[in-house]
Structures are given as structure tokens and as C-alpha cells.
Ligand binder design. Structure first.
Ligand code: ARG
Length: 410
């Protein structure tokens, strides 16, 4: 009897070739596992195709809801944007896929799991860290990476096998949290991406000339309503992808630092992710103190790196998550946003736990704020610098240009 392997299968170029290599070159019985987390696909066709390509079984599971609730929401509450730009759609999906691979391998009696990642990307790392954490006894196979298969070779294979031509030059990965586009002409970092690569977002010239306003309500940092209508988090994401995309919101063109030390040009489309991140952040600005915000910023970067580096199933993650959850205790309220010509603007915000108090902050009133206390406070606040100037005047002046006298004083 042949050994069984469960392959993460999208029906795309690399995973189709992987299926072929595992079966023909390595002699495995291949079970394909396709996970629906919101990519636009004909699932029956994908299933059918796997069987035609020689899989002994092909499984499709819908994990959209789980992905939204147990992965995407964590990233949103953390304000996790890798290098301040990338909402991490692809990266977040990998630990979920790994879990599903491991479970399926258990159920089907497979000795190995496989993925179709190349040796230059991040995804191999995410799959393998997660799989090893969940079941260290499983073998992990990576036929594309280990065979050092070039993309052009994969394309040739597909052409032979299916008569399919080069419409797959771009490597695309898509789910409810966004769409990642790599390869082809966009590897030229000076070239503007052709409009044909986009599918979630409209070109600005094709967007409506009238802005749309939306009110998004949050509870514990989780979006729960749009314009007064209660929706699941998944429904909210789907709704915002549609309306955001219509207004051209959500494109990102990024020179990214991969884990393996390579810079790469990445194009993303993520309307819902970018809208929700800015709305959610707005409530944090309203309801968290300066100190809470400062630490949260640092945690957000750590958390984004953790997702990016595939360290999902770790104690470090648990620790950060506990902190983030605690910060969300006060994140209740509603944010009013305006979508227009590719921009998402925050135009209003309100919350029962808002730290903003118009009475205190307005320059028109003095209630609740004793101006006299400002004088003493300023003295103490500046004391450190006053002492330094007194003790180190010669060291400060002359060190940098801006400490020297102005031209007219010379
Ligand atoms: N650079 C992104 C990341 O590392 C996207 C990767 C996209 N993957 C793909 N197979 N097209 O998360």
C-alpha cells in the first residue's frame, strides 16, 4: 500500500504541479485539501480537477467563519499591519490551513502533509512552523521548493497538461481579508501595476462621483453593525469589501521585507481590512490613554511580525493576545467614515467610554480645568531640560546646526 499525503491545494499553478510531483515522482497517494476562506472559486471544479490530476480523494472545506472570528479578528484588534501597510491576509490564512491539514491527515491516516510553496517566500515557513507545532510527527513535503522548480517550468508544465496559457503569470492568493499579487511584470519596481491585476477594487476613474458614508459600530474592538444593521463579522468584511472596492479603496503597493531576507514588490487589495483598521484605530485613539496607545503601538508591531513570521501557535502569541484583549475592554463605540475616490476618511466618532470631554478640552470654557496648575506643571515638565542646558550648554550648542544662532544674529 502506498503512503498517503494530504496536500494543501488551491487548484492554481504550484499546487497542481505539486500534486503531480508527489504522485509521479515520490509515489504517494495524494489527498487534496482545499480551504474556502473567501477566494472566488468554483469549488466543484477545483475538486474535480484534483481527481483528474490523479488525487485519490479531494476535500473542500468552508472555513470562512472560523477564519474571520479566530484569525482575522485577532489581527484587527491588534492593529496588525506588517511594515505599517500589509493587513496580512495571506499570512493569517496559513496557520488555519496548517491546522486543517493536520486534522485531515489524522482522519485519513496520512503520514505526511504537503504544500506548494517555493523556497524564496514566507509561506513555507508559516506552514511548517504551524504544522510542526500542531503535530511534530508528521512529515512535511514541499515538492516545488525541494525540486527547485522555477515558475517558468511550472507554467510549461501546466501548458502541456491542460493547454492553459500564460494567464497565470501572476501568483495570486486571495481570501476575505485581502488579495496578494506577486510575480510577472510587477517584479519591476519602477513599473506601475497594470490595472488588469486588480479584481477587488475599481480604478479611480470608474468609481462613483458621490461619496458614501458608513457608520460602523464596535463592541470590545469587534465590528458588530453597519448603519444600525447587526451583522456577523464575516458579513461585515464581505460588505466592506464590496462597497470599499466600488470606491477604489484598499490598494497597497509595497516593497516588502520577507523573512528570508529578500525584498519583494507586493501588490495588495484589501478594502475591508483597511477600512476596519482605520475605524478600529480611531476608537482606540478616542478611548485609550496616551500610555495605553504607546504600548499598543509597540505590541501591534510585534504582533504583525509574529503573524508574518508564522509564529501563531506559540506562547509568545498567547501572551500578546492576552494583552491585546485587555486593551479592547473599552473599545465600544461607533465610527463614521466616508469612502470617496480611493480614500477612506474618518469623519466622526462617538463612544460611551470616550476619554474626550468637550467641556475640559474646549478653549471656550474653563470648567474642570484650573489654568493656574499649568504654570507649575510646565516648570516641572521642563525642569530636566533646564538643568541640562545649565550643566551642558557647551556640549549642546555646536553639536547640530539647529542649535546655532540664526543667520541674522551673526
Ligand atoms: N508577501 C505576502 C506574504 O508573505 C503575500 C504572499 C502571497 N503568496 C502567494 N502565493 N501569492 O504574506
Amino acid at each position: 500500500m502506498k503512503k498517503k499525503v494530504v496536500l494543501a491545494y488551491s487548484g492554481g499553478l504550484d499546487t497542481t504541479l505539486s500534486l503531480n510531483l508527489l504522485k509521479e515522482k515520490q509515489g504517494y497517494d495524494v489527498i487534496t485539501l482545499t480551504i474556502n476562506i473567501g477566494n472566488e472559486k468554483n469549488w466543484e471544479e477545483v475538486k474535480q480537477k484534483a481527481i483528474e490530476m490523479g488525487a485519490i480523494d479531494s476535500i473542500v472545506v468552508d472555513l470562512k467563519e472560523t477564519f474571520a472570528e479566530d484569525f482575522v479578528l485577532y489581527a484587527l484588534q491588534a492593529s496588525a499591519l506588517y511594515e505599517n501597510r500589509y493587513p496580512l491576509a495571506t499570512a493569517l490564512a496559513r496557520p488555519l490551513m496548517a491546522k486543517s491539514l493536520v486534522n485531515t491527515a489524522g482522519k485519513k491516516g496520512a503520514v505526511a502533509v504537503a504544500h506548494g510553496c517555493s523556497g524564496k517566500g514566507n509561506d513555507q515557513l508559516r506552514f511548517e512552523h504551524a504544522i510542526a507545532s500542531l503535530n511534530p510527527d508528521l512529515d512535511i513535503l514541499a515538492p516545488i521548493r525541494d525540486g527547485e522548480v522555477k515558475r517558468t517550468e511550472s507554467l510549461r508544465f501546466l501548458k502541456q497538461k491542460e493547454g492553459r496559457d500564460t494567464d497565470d503569470v501572476f501568483s495570486i492568493d486571495e481570501n476575505i481579508w485581502g488579495r496578494s499579487i506577486e510575480c510577472g511584470i510587477i517584479e519591476e519596481e519602477w513599473i506601475e501595476p497594470p490595472s488588469s491585476i486588480y479584481s477587488m477594487t475599481k480604478e479611480i476613474v470608474d468609481t462613483p462621483d458621490k461619496a458614501v458614508y458608513l457608520e460602523i459600530k464596535f463592541e470590545y474592538g469587534k465590528p458588530v453593525e453597519i448603519n444600525g444593521i447587526q451583522l456577523s463579522f464575516l458579513q461585515i468584511i464581505e460588505e466592506l469589501n464590496a462597497i470599499g472596492g466600488l470606491h477604489g479603496v484598499g490598494r497597497v503597493d509595497h516593497m516588502e521585507s520577507r523573512v528570508v531576507g529578500i525584498k519583494s514588490r507586493e501588490i495588495y487589495e484589501a478594502p475591508a481590512a483597511l477600512i476596519l483598521h482605520s475605524a478600529h484605530k480611531e476608537l482606540e485613539y478616542l478611548n485609550l490613554t496616551k500610555r495605553q496607545l504607546d504600548l499598543k503601538k509597540y505590541i501591534a508591531d510585534l504582533y504583525a511580525d509574529l503573524i508574518y513570521q508564522g509564529l501563531w501557535y506559540t506562547g509568545f502569541h498567547r501572551d500578546l493576545r492576552m494583552y491585546i484583549l485587555s486593551t479592547q475592554t473599552a473599545i465600544h463605540g461607533t465610527v463614521k467614515i466616508k469612502l470617496f475616490k480611493g480614500n477612506v476618511s474618518i469623519v466622526g466618532r462617538k463612544s460611551e467610554y470616550s476619554l474626550y470631554d468637550r467641556e475640559i478640552s474646549s478653549y471656550e470654557t474653563f470648567d474642570g480645568f484650573d489654568s493656574q496648575t499649568a504654570t507649575g506643571f510646565i516648570k516641572l515638565h521642563g525642569l530636566e531640560s533646564v538643568i541640562q542646558i545649565r550643566k551642558q550648554k557647551d556640549l549642546l550648542i555646536g553639536n547640530t546646526q539647529s542649535f546655532k544662532s540664526l543667520p541674522e544674529e551673526q
